[in-house]
Ligand binder design. Structure first.
Ligand code: FE2
Length: 165
């Protein structure tokens, strides 16, 4: 740089790789003082709040009361990283390899790429909280009918641009 004294060194480094995004999600998840005061539970609708934005990514905090579900959805052009920080969530996914299901508990990390179809539900008896990073930021999310066969048909999509999962 022609003027090295002008180069800022005190700015936080923003992640640019999936590994970097995963590290950021782990860091935020471990920093309970940062997200815990923000958690709210809403019996009428699933609750979420934006935790952080950066160049090309957004991080959201979501809460799930028992029985609350995202429904089957994709994330438009976004890739993502997610982790559960309280309680437990059940995930059903639909890929070219078939349908999968798994339990998501604190400590685990899920990474997905554009086109990933899944549904998350709090099937437990306790509230749950999760953190989701989307890159690029989530601007499009399509909801699909719950039936697995219908979920594979993008023509059945119902665009919903005002929610995150
Ligand atoms: Fe999702």
């Amino acid at each position: 740089m022609a003027f090295p004294h002008l180069a800022r060194t005190d700015l936080p480094a923003h992640p640019t790789t999936l590994g970097g995004y995963a590290r950021l999600v782990r860091e935020i998840a471990a920093d309970r003082d940062r997200w815990e005061p923000l958690v709210r539970y809403d019996a009428l609708t699933r609750w979420y709040a934006r935790l952080e934005t950066g160049p090309g990514y957004e991080v959201w905090l979501l809460s799930w009361l028992p029985g609350q579900s995202s429904g089957f959805h994709d994330h438009g052009r976004s890739s993502g990283v997610m982790t559960v920080v309280r309680g437990e969530l059940a995930e059903r996914s639909l890929t070219a390899g078939g349908e999968g299901s798994r339990a998501l508990a604190p400590g685990g990390l899920r990474v997905f790429s554009p086109g990933y179809l899944h549904e998350m539900v709090n099937a437990s008896l306790e509230p749950a909280v999760s953190i989701h990073l989307y890159t690029p930021g989530l601007v499009e999310m399509n909801q699909y009918p719950a039936a697995a066969g219908a979920a594979a048909d993008p023509a059945a999509a119902d665009p919903d641009r005002h929610r995150v999962h």
